[in-house]
Every structure is written in C-alpha cells, then in structure tokens.
Ligand binder design. Sequence first.
Ligand code: 9MR
Ligand code: ZN
Length: 537
Amino acid sequence: MAIYCDQVGYLPAGRKTAVMTAGERFAVVREQGEQSETVYEGTAQDRGLDAASGDHVRLADFSGVTEPGVYRVQNDAGETSHRFRIGEDVYRALQRDLIRALYYQRCGCGLEEKYAGAYAHARCHTEDAALWEDRSVLREVRGGWHDAGDYGRYVSPAAVAVGHLLYAFRLFPESFREELNIPESGNGVPDVLNECRYELEWLLKMQAADGGAYHKLTAERHADFIMPEEDHDRFYLFPVSSMATADYAAVMALASRVYRAYDDAFADRMLAAAVCAWEWLERNPQYVGFHNPESCNTGEYDDDCDLDERLWAAAEMLVATGGAEYQERLTGLLDAGAAGTDFGWTDVSGFAALAVLTDEAHRASADSAELLRRTLLAEADRLVSVAGASGYGVAMEPEDYVWGSNMVVLNRGMLLVLAAVLTDRNEDYERTALAQLHYLLGTNATDYSYVTGYGEHAFMHPHNRPTECDGVEAPMPGWVSGGPFKTPADAVGIERIKAGTPPMKCYVDHAMCYSLNEITIYWNSPAVFLTAYFNRA
Ligand code: 9MR
Ligand code: ZN
C-alpha cells in the first residue's frame, strides 16, 4: 500500500496525479525548510482494478497546484508519498545526466576524473579485432560506446540510439544548450552532437569494404564482472547482416544532414558511407540475417525481418539527397505493408515516419507522407486509449511487459511526442506522453524511479559491470533500468519473483538481474527525446 508519484516532479502547467492503493482523501503538503503546509485537499477518484499491476487504484489529481516548490502527498490511510518538485525546470538535470551516462560508456579511451569523477578509469579495449570468419585478418575498430552492462558494441542498437538523440536535437534544439562537461565541451558544437560523434566515428569503422556493416563487435563470451580496462579478451567482427547495413545507411544519412552545419568533411564522409551501405542493400535485396555461432553468448540482436530497416534507410536517403531511386524503394516498401510506428532495435519503422514527416523540404511524395502520418496518428490514438484504461496512466497492456519494458514505455512516449508535434500540440497526445515519463520516474506499482540518482527511491543496482567493480557505492546517475519483465530470464529474477506476480511488479533491483535491471544506450536515448520535448521552455 502506498502513494505513487513522479519522484522527480511535475511541470507547473502539466497534469499532476498520484496513484493511491489505500485511502480515499488526500492532501498535498508543501515543504519549506522545517515548515510544512497543506495547500490542497481532495478525494481520489476510484479507478477500480488495474490489470497490469493487480492493484485497486485511486487517482489523486492535484493539477491545480502550480506554485513551484517541494511537495508530498498524504492520505487518510496514514501514508505519505516520496518528495517531489513542481517547477519549469524539473527535468533539466535529468536530461543532462541521461546523455552524460553515454559518456561513461565510451570505449577505447580512458575516462578522466575531471569529467567522470569517481567513475574515472583507464583506457579499455584498445587491441585490434579479428574477423570472425578469418581470424588472420585484424582491424582497428576502437571507439564507440559499450552497448549496455556488457562490453560489446553492436551496429543496430548504436544506430537506433544515435537516431533518437539526433532527432531529439533536430526537433528541440533549444533543449540542448547546456554543456555536459565532456572532453569536447566548449568546442562550439552542441555537446549532444559531440557525444554522438564518438559513436559515429566508431560506426564509420564498422563498414566492410563491400559496403555492408558488420553486425557486431564483441568477444566470443561475455566478460566476467571486471572493469573494462581489465578485459583483454579478443574482440571479433561478426558477419555483415542486412539489418545492420540498413540501420547503418539510415543513421549515416541522417547524421550527414545534422552535422552539415558544423563540419562539412565529416558530413561528406558519412553520406559516402551511407551511399556505399545503400548500394550493398541494392545488391542484396534478400534478407541476410545474423545468428550467434554456437560458441558465442554475447548479444545477438537477431531480427527475422529487415523490411522496416530498409524502410528507414530509404526514408533517410530520400530526405538526405532527394534521389528519385529512394522514393521508388520507399513506395515499394510501403506498398508491401512496411509502415510502422516503433523506434526500437527490432522494429525501426517509426524512424521512417520521423524522417519523412519532419522534413521541411517535403521530399517524400504526398502519398507516402500521408500513409506514414495516418499510421502514426492511428497508433497515437490507440496509445491514448490504452493509457486511459491504465490505473497508472501508462500506455502498456499486460503483455507489453517484455525484456526492457521501459524501452517500450519510452518509445511509446516518443511516438506520442511526435504525434503532438505533427498536430500542433494535441493535448491528449502531449498529456499521455508526459504520463509515460511519470511512470518511469515513480508513478508505477513498484515504487521505484527507474533512473539512477533521480528520486528518493531510485533503483541502485543496475546490471552494469563497472558499477559492480568500481568500488563506488552509488551507481552513475542518469541510467534507465530495463524494468519489469513478465517472464524474467535470469536466475535471481526467476527465484525472487513468484509465479502469478502481475507484470508491472515483475521487477527486482538486483545487479545480477540482467533481464530486469540492465542498462543500455538505447533505453537512455528515448528518455532524452522525451525529456527534451518537455524541456523546451
Ligand atoms: O534488449 C535486448 C532485449 O530486447 C532482448 O530480449 C534480449 C535477449 O535477446 O537482449 C537484450 O539485449 C541485450 C544484448 O543482447 C546484449 N547487451 C545487453 C542487452 C540488454 O539486456
Ligand atoms: Zn571498452
């Protein structure tokens, strides 16, 4: 029994609700130093049984409280919520640390104390990698971000994470003015682009001579729990896949547009890489999948369909160049039913909508744009109604609590933001998008804020090798947890979560719970997109 709220806070003009599982009356109490004062009282609305959590919930709406300050909610069952803030700037520091978290993932360099503080460490993974298929061939592929709690680096997840960040910057540049205290800070380029460039420079090395992109760069087996600089296993370049190559073409084309304003030569290199990858796709129209070799247990990121990746590539190539051949492919893929709304690594079709619908030059045909827009808004409407039926306001149904469910929540939040942007701030879309952030930050049935360092009850034990080994008690701030998973796949999660536990509660804050509590670059990046939208003011 508890009162669940966004432990970071609420925007003054936004809707403000807390979820109660006991009591009926509630009061909002403002804290100022030693003093506290009741500023609002009300009766919570009975919402009945919430399917995903199994909770009988009541909604305490205190949207009328708009004065900036620090507050708690109390109820007549004698409960008190965590502390939260109301203010225009409540998500600013959060957005900053969500991006800075990626700096901590930098590979092939050391993290210096002046940027990384207690999390500094020596250079890691500096040796050349071998081709998996011919181990006598060595390549210099240093750089990039460690993907997650492991030290692997994978092309599709990288492309998706950079995609989220570059679109966030393109659409909401006013939210990216603050410097991030990273090595490039102060060089005249917005720091989010500096950070993404670290990943893009590595991605440029992940292209084979024929234009295809290697699926991944990892060791054969995941490292033990050791610091990255202690990991001296051989890394391999695993075979090219059509999924990785299409994502690669897409993100390079997108990045060439974004960096054009800062560095022509870099933009040219990326556009050339995109064209080479595209030509590989044209020569290989059939699906070229990737599966881990028997002996290999590092991330697989397999996907049985590459139409959505090819769609994203066609859209980005079209928007970057205006070439008629890309429109032809886009039309063909849309006719084949490839339009979609997702922004995750398995399904990137939502990025095609982002590319086409936010292109000021309207390079795509009116028919393509119309189809993408209709598909997107239909999904946004569906999500508004799913969220409306949820006691916690989250756009998730019980079956949506998969591995990395917080990514599903955040990607849906992104889609709702895009829908709001395209409809001149339709209120339902905007309110529902914000509710997804509230869920992440504590308005959920586990009472956790799923971002380290943000909230009185933020998760503390991410599955992340450096966090376990660095001797620092607090994890790095700004990491998003994978979140509840209805069928946990790690031993500790399986043991601790009793059969029949409702999906939203299938979570344990434990470092060994890699299926519940890992961190990844592409779980942070959609949170940046969402916070950037709400940080425009
Ligand atoms: O995020 C991935 C999730 O969607 C999959 O269900 C899961 C199992 O295949 O793998 C996750 O990806 C992991 C990757 O394989 C290796 N790095 C850590 C990723 C997050 O757990
Ligand atoms: Zn490394």
